[in-house]
Design a protein around this ligand. Structure first.
Ligand code: ATR
Length: 271
């Protein structure tokens, strides 16, 4: 019987993860199954318990369960996931109800690889603006700081949330969009869910430095933030590359093999 993996979320029907992992498995000749499970909003732990009891070997966790996945990891949590306080990858060592439960977070490294390897952009020495202070922002903040930006500013609609996130991580600053003044950034990352409501964070267009990259972590739609970046003369990129790269890192954690992401990303982007 093949080893079984799932992506757990609510909603999860739109998830591209099963398709991405099927491409990786074919590329590396791994006999695995990868499915979607929509957990009830009040039933994350019991859904994962049941999957583990049935022999499941690992899970990707998506909205809105990443904080609960962190709590679920009774045996071990990687340093990068502990810093983030959110887990997107569960590893069930041994399989079955008595399996060891380990947690990791591959979102940050996925974002970093997409920006630095796929898009060929440096983070070190750059002025970085991170928009949002929810789970998505928390997941990538530590790795972004670790990449050595010249400065990293967190902006959020609720300024207090940005301030406390910045303080917790020793980031340069955090506050509301109206506190940005005339500051300019080389890399502007949208980690808010504004795009899902067809809105953009209230960012002054002057925030895009000449040659800037506007990156929206949302994948699969041309968000108002991306339109704003293009209108300001910046390069605009969606989160497709991050999606594939974080999946590749999860695949590596489970299977010990690193997929070649380039052909999968190219196929994902095909209309
Ligand atoms: P996620 O796990 O995707 O980060 P979340 O924890 O609900 O989800 O956080 C959503 C983030 O998007 C928050 O930073 C939120 O701002 P608030 O903390 O002020 O609520 C931000 N957000 C959502 N809609 C937005 C909008 N229309 N404009 C600006 N920010 C928005």
């Amino acid at each position: 019987m093949p080893d079984c993996y799932v992506v757990i979320g609510n909603p999860v029907a739109h998830s591209k993860s099963p398709w991405i992992h099927a491409q990786f498995a074919r590329q590396l000749r791994q006999d695995i199954e990868y499915a979607r499970i929509e957990a009830p909003l009040d039933g994350f732990a019991r859904t994962v318990d049941a999957f583990r009891a049935a022999g499941g070997r690992g899970a990707n966790v998506t909205l809105p369960f990443k904080e609960q996945a962190f709590v679920y990891c009774r045996d071990a949590v990687s340093l990068r996931a502990r810093v983030a306080g959110v887990v997107n990858t569960l590893i069930f060592e041994g399989g079955g109800p008595a399996s060891e439960i380990r947690g990791d977070n591959t979102d940050g490294v996925g974002l970093l690889r997409d920006i630095t390897v796929n898009l060929g952009r440096a983070i070190m020495g750059q002025r970085v603006l991170l928009m949002g202070a929810g789970g998505a922002a928390q997941g990538v903040l530590g790795p972004l700081l670790g990449a050595g930006p010249q400065c990293l500013v967190i902006a959020n609609r609720s300024a207090a949330k940005a301030r406390s996130l910045a303080q917790r991580h020793g980031a340069a600053a955090g506050g509301g969009y109206d506190e940005l003044g005339g500051a300019q950034f080389d890399l502007l990352i949208n980690a808010t869910s504004a795009g899902l409501a067809d809105e953009a964070p209230p960012l002054p267009p002057s925030a895009f430095a000449p040659g800037a990259l506007g990156y929206d972590m949302v994948y699969g739609r041309d968000t108002p933030f991306l339109a704003m970046a293009r209108a300001a003369g910046a390069e605009a990129r969606d989160g497709g590359g991050m999606l594939v790269e974080q999946a590749a890192e999860s695949f590596f954690l489970w299977r010990g093999l690193r997929p070649d992401t380039a052909p999968v990303l190219a196929a994902l982007r095909q209309p």
